[in-house]
Design a protein. Sequence first.
Length: 202
Amino acid sequence: MNTRYPLLLGLAFAVFWSILAVSPVSRDVWWAENIPVMAVFAFLAVSYQRLRFSSLACTFMAAWLFLHTVGGHYTFAHVPFGWVTDLFGFQRNNYDRIAHFSVGFYAFALAEYLQRKRLAHPAVVLAFSLASVMAVACAYEIIEWWYAALEGGEAGVEFLGSQGDPWDAQKDMLADTLGAVFALVVFVAREKRGALLSAQGE
């Protein structure tokens, strides 16, 4: 692992987060969206030396932190994403789908950790990593519903971010799952490449 890369990535994110913490569209929504961001970042910051993720795993995990921070600043439904909406003829702002897709990237880091520690068979590692992301996705949708119902008003609507789609929660969970599948495909490809290079070096 490149020990400097996580530090530089963390510093870049801290600066980025600090800039977008200034004058968000809705401070109430900003707090709701940034509590998980701050919690995840704090955990990664204090444990990076012990967990020792690869640079690729760090990059994958940082993707969600950056994307979610942008969503927290603007509220997901109002992130300047109109050019994508117009390009593909979407009926809604799909920035939140991209952010949800990046949630799945954490499956890569989880699989990497489990594989390095040899805590399970490789097939179980992949299945557990995928199921973990799906469980987190489900839990987050429940939290969104709970917060929206409790907060009510404009802040609740903006945090929920359904934009009138009755299947928004299900589509968000699907995006999380597809992101995890993508990340695990990359993980398997990297592991196979590493095994091939090791075999060639013997």
